[in-house]
Write a protein that binds this ligand. Sequence first.
Ligand SMILES: [Zn+2]
Length: 332
Amino acid sequence: MTRYARQARFNEFGEVGQEHLSAMHVLIIGAGALGSHTAEMLVRMGVNHLTVIDMDIVELSNLHRQAVYDEEDVSALLPKVEALKEKLRRVNSSVQVDALYEEVTNTNMLELLERVQPDIIMDGMDNFKMRYLINEAAIQTGIPWIYGAVVGSKGSVYAFDHTGPCLKCLFGSMPETAESCAINGILPPVVQQVASIQVSELLRYASTKGFSKLLITVDSFDMQFKTLNVDALKNADCEICTHYNYQLLNQNEHSPIEDLCGDATRFRFNPQAFDYANLIPGTLYKSNSFAKMIRYEDYTFTLFKDGRMNVHGLTENSEAKKLYDLILKSLK
Ligand SMILES: [Zn+2]
């Protein structure tokens, strides 16, 4: 245990916290900014087992804030989970890290939790729809989870143990995507701060002190750190945590065109599109077994095995629909 002696010597965490952490299985949903940093901290600290799920590849525009990835990962078109797993193995080979190169959706969320059986879920997502989905699944299964969000220079964290308000109690209906990092940008320091606070909540849980039960907000530019007791926001008539009337779980729909966080738009085609990528207009300039990159006019397409495609270079929404139809037609 000498490896972890310095953290175990911190009294409030102590040998008890270390023992619990060393037996814990953590699921991180998303291997982007928050997910990759929480993963690294937990592996360094000696968590027993980590499962990370994500289905993006490392892109150049990620590197300014996602410190575990580098230019080699970008040029190798590596999935984030694969790059992360390799880095984490070098950091602490005694931790079991499972990398799931899969997308989390309404339809597979419960099956995922059933398969992974985590003790706790860490939110590493960049959109509220996914967080509302995690909220519903966590309530359904009783698994505690730690919400974390960043936009601009601001971030917030709250850890849910299902005794206080749920995400829906806290924020009401799902916020519109207006507050997305595509519009507001994001400053890297707040990512590290929020990831650190998420891990601190997990350490409180491991130490048996329990979550802080505080809504924590930070602003890494205005230098603000605030905590707020939100117990009173628990809604005794909440659709989700009182009536279990889930709005996202098992809802079976995927929009074929979707705005992503960043300057990208996501198209969805059949998985067969990956094998027939040569039919798509443009030039295939890079590919491996995970992804194919195509240049067409001023656009770049990253096509994934499951038929998802990230499109860069779109300026108007109407352009998206036209381009989507063009590609769809080429695949027929
Ligand atoms: Zn609720």
